[in-house]
Write a protein that binds this ligand. Structure first.
Ligand code: HEC
Length: 487
């Protein structure tokens, strides 16, 4: 029995424990937003992209964000009234659910006191030498004498994945984290796992830990890099990507200020903290670490950090990937914290920011959104389309910007580029800053035939569901966490 199964069992026995229930996506009461939106409506917005339809798509993304960040009324990870998304189970927790608890899947697991298992983003593991570089950096940091703002700034982020209760129940019922179950599906002639229900939502939140280790000595100022906006691709990025270490500016957080600030900008020089670039903890969706909940974060300290997670530290939400199964190719939107949310840099835009509904409360309104419900523009059909038109760039600075060209090699998928019939030029993205969620996730699959190659990551081009490269693979309905979970 694995350790998480044991703790699950312990949790089930601890019936007196105040159990959080995974909370379904609530209705945030935003006029014009509904969930799930019928696929036919979404397809109309995507295929007839009038200004009004584009605004509808933006409103849908913000509606999901408002719902996800709504206070749940539940205590989770020691945080009272935790945002809804925090109550959702991780793939490991879903996989550990007892098979006969499927019907009641979500409540069974939630009875256990949950450990918050944050980790270095798993997609980074495909960057050759990533872990070695990370370890070397942590060692260098702990030995560094450089106490300047740039010297102490925090370039590490941690992620986890969450499944909404309907996605969790579906994955559990169909044993989607079992290689045996998936192999049976493949052997029965299926090209894909069964489709998730239209209410399925999965998220990938990304955090930083505000702790003393990354403060300017003698102050309560925590320092982190500030995203400067999508840069022009350079030759150096082909081998190094554009990770946080390469971002030139900084922002500061006064860890003594639990409230919000009036700050609106970044410090381009990373050397001059001021009221204009020093934020409060209240400007972030966050989880304060206290004496009562510190133990729930011990795996972060053991596996990812060189220092313990201590009472007084704060986990701040920097970013979140969000996808929903309202349509065959899922909806894709991502959120990242930004100093001036009305004027966010690329890959967000002022137009996207202007679609923020009035119902979006602070600090959820402090985040920028990048959104795209198609691989190329104009949109192509699920099958039978062509990789033509313009790229649709949708990514998160905290997750994809660090990807250099080696992450997307070797094929499959073969990068066919996107041919633009008007300019007669072919766009061929090779970097994370040129990527599209739907393109990369369309490849999510488990290799079932030893004669074929495992499908890897892709930047941005059109991939149909019936692409020949899927032969010998079982598609996992766009979810990489299922493909990764069984391999
Ligand atoms: C280059 C490939 C790639 C790109 C581009 C990409 N992802 Fe992912 N994504 C992954 C992988 C691999 C995982 C699973 C492993 C992990 O936890 O990192 C994942 C996990 C996720 C999850 C958790 C559920 C799942 O699929 O298993 C969500 C939600 C998600 N991504 C959304 C997005 C969104 C939104 C975007 C675009 C803004 C995006 N992704 C771009 C590779 C990618």
């Amino acid at each position: 029995m694995k350790r998480h199964e044991l703790s699950l069992l312990a949790g089930l026995l601890l019936t007196a424990y105040a159990a959080a229930q995974p909370v379904p996506l609530p209705n945030p009461g935003i006029p014009g937003y509904q969930f799930p939106e019928p696929e036919s409506t979404l397809m109309q917005w995507i295929n007839q992209p009038s200004a009004a339809h584009v605004r509808n798509i933006h409103r849908h993304g913000w509606g999901l964000w408002a719902a996800l960040t709504t206070p749940s009324g539940q205590t989770e990870y020691g945080l009272a009234n935790a945002p809804v998304y925090l109550t959702w189970l991780t793939p490991d927790e879903v996989a550990a659910l007892p098979a006969d608890a499927a019907a009641n899947a979500t409540s069974a697991a939630a009875a256990a006191p949950r450990q918050m298992r944050l980790r270095v983003p798993r997609q980074f593991m495909r960057i050759p030498g990533f872990m070695e570089k990370l370890q070397a950096r942590l060692v260098a940091l702990s030995q560094s004498q450089d106490q300047s703002a740039r010297g102490v700034r925090d370039t590490s982020s941690f992620e986890m994945v969450g499944y909404d209760p309907s996605a969790a129940a579906f994955a559990s019922k169909n044993q989607l984290f079992s290689k045996t179950a998936l192999t049976k599906l493949y052997q029965a002639g299926n090209a894909s796992i069964p489709a998730f229900p239209s209410t399925a939502v999965t998220v990938k939140p990304v955090y930083k830990l505000v702790s003393k280790a990354n403060m300017i000595p003698g102050t309560s100022l925590y320092v982190m890099p500030a995203w400067p906006g999508t840069p022009k691709p350079t030759p150096a990025m082909q081998s190094g990507g554009f990770p946080e270490e390469a971002w030139p500016g900084c922002v500061y957080i006064d860890a003594k200020n639990p409230g919000r600030s009036a700050a609106q900008s970044a410090d381009a020089s990373c050397s001059r903290p001021s009221a204009a670039n020093t934020f409060g903890l209240g400007d972030f969706i966050r989880i304060p670490i206290t004496a009562a909940n510190a133990a729930l974060f011990s795996s972060l300290a053991q596996n990812q950090l060189k220092q313990p997670v201590e009472p007084g530290d704060t986990l701040i939400l920097m970013a979140m990937h969000v996808t929903s199964r309202e349509m065959t190719e899922w909806t894709w939107q991502t959120f990242f914290w930004t100093p001036a949310p009305a004027k966010p840099p690329l890959p967000s835009s002022v137009a996207v920011a202007q679609a923020r509904p009035a119902q979006l409360p602070w600090p959820a309104a402090h985040y920028a959104m990048s959104i795209g419900y198609q691989m190329v523009a104009p949109n192509q059909p699920v099958n039978g389309g062509k990789s033509v038109g313009s790229p649709v760039t949708v990514y998160n600075p905290y997750l994809e910007a660090g990807f250099d060209s080696s992450v997307f090699q070797p094929p499959p998928p073969l990068n066919v580029g996107i041919y633009n019939p008007k300019t007669k030029a072919t766009f061929r993205g090779t970097l994370g800053i040129q990527s599209n969620c739907m393109t990369c996730h369309s490849g999510a699959s488990v290799k079932m035939d030893s004669a074929v190659k495992r499908i890897g990551y892709a930047t941005n081009f059109y991939i149909p569901r019936n692409a020949p490269m899927f032969k010998g693979n079982l598609q996992t309905d766009f979810l990489w966490s299922i493909a990764d979970g069984v391999e």
